[in-house]
Ligand binder design. Structure first.
Ligand code: DGL
Length: 275
């Protein structure tokens, strides 16, 4: 039987923080992860470029047999998800589904803040898209949303520089900038799937009164719920508990870093996805 895995995509390694939570919650399924590491980071790229790269990635995952793809990247979710859902799927892949990470996160945040002042840390692309402000306004209009872009964080994490002195300085500066904008913030959403890697660093800077939220567990829970409500899709997925990894970069480089991110041995295959 051909496998029908859940596809998980990110510009680089960040989506692995989401994949690991999804696998914990739904260990029975098969998965295919694709990191477009050769073209990461996406954060400072234009709308059109992120859309085209994301579409190439989604098409590749469909070719791998995935009936469902999770865009585990906020930048790509902000800039490409809606167009793919509305313009590409209905005509070309009417039976396939693509989901992102912004909506599930914004559905939950309202219940997590007491002060109703929520900070959003993300890439330049995610913050400039205003997606979190727009989505949060739908689910919890009473919340004050304070955004701050951290353009250095993805490059620091991708290059393993987040724990060196210069890296720590950038992280501290951005966290302080956000809190300076609104000291009433009591909940911060890490609106980039790379950031859970530095969650502890951020928590140490903020102290115990501020709740720092990673998206992985939320996305995993929402996906489990989505599959319960969409039997026709869930029934198409195969349950072999296998995970395949693809990267657009050199696979040896990817394997070393991905193994650290996931805490399990990763053996990937190099792939070209540019059409
Ligand atoms: N993990 C991606 C996100 O969630 C990083 C984007 C980038 O490549 O800059 O936004």
């Amino acid at each position: 039987m051909l496998s029908a895995p859940i596809g998980v995509f990110d510009s680089g390694y960040g989506g692995l923080t989401v994949l690991s939570e999804i696998k914990k919650r739904l260990p029975q399924y098969d998965y295919v992860y694709l990191g477009d590491n050769a073209r990461a980071p996406y954060g400072n790229r234009s709308f059109d470029v992120v859309y085209n790269f994301t579409l190439e990635a989604v098409k590749f995952l469909f070719q791998q047999g995935c009936p469902l793809v999770i865009i585990a990247c906020n930048t790509a979710s902000a800039k490409a998800l809606r167009s793919i859902q509305q313009q590409v799927l209905p005509s070309l892949y009417p039976n396939n589904r693509v989901l992102g990470v912004i909506r599930p996160s914004t559905e939950e945040i309202g219940q997590l803040t007491k002060s109703k002042h929520v900070g959003v840390l993300g890439t330049m692309g995610t913050i400039q898209s205003n997606s979190y402000v727009i989505e949060l306004n739908k689910f919890a209009p009473e919340i004050n949303v304070i955004q701050h872009a951290c353009p250095m964080w993805v490059p620091l994490i991708e290059n393993n520089r987040h724990e060196c002195e210069a890296g720590k300085m950038f992280i501290e500066e951005d966290v302080r900038e956000l809190m300076k904008k609104d000291p009433k913030i009591d909940t911060i959403i890490l609106a980039c799937t790379h950031y859970p890697v530095i969650k502890k660093q951020i928590e140490q800077l903020l102290g115990p009164d501020i709740n720092v939220i990673a998206q992985g567990p939320i996305v995993a829970e929402k996906l489990a719920d989505y599959l319960l409500r969409h039997h026709e899709l869930a029934n198409r997925l195969t349950s072999g508990s296998n995970t395949k990894f693809f990267t657009t970069e050199n696979s040896i480089v990817f394997d070393e870093k991905a193994t650290q991110f996931l805490n399990e041995l990763v053996v990937s295959e190099h792939v070209e996805i540019a059409i």
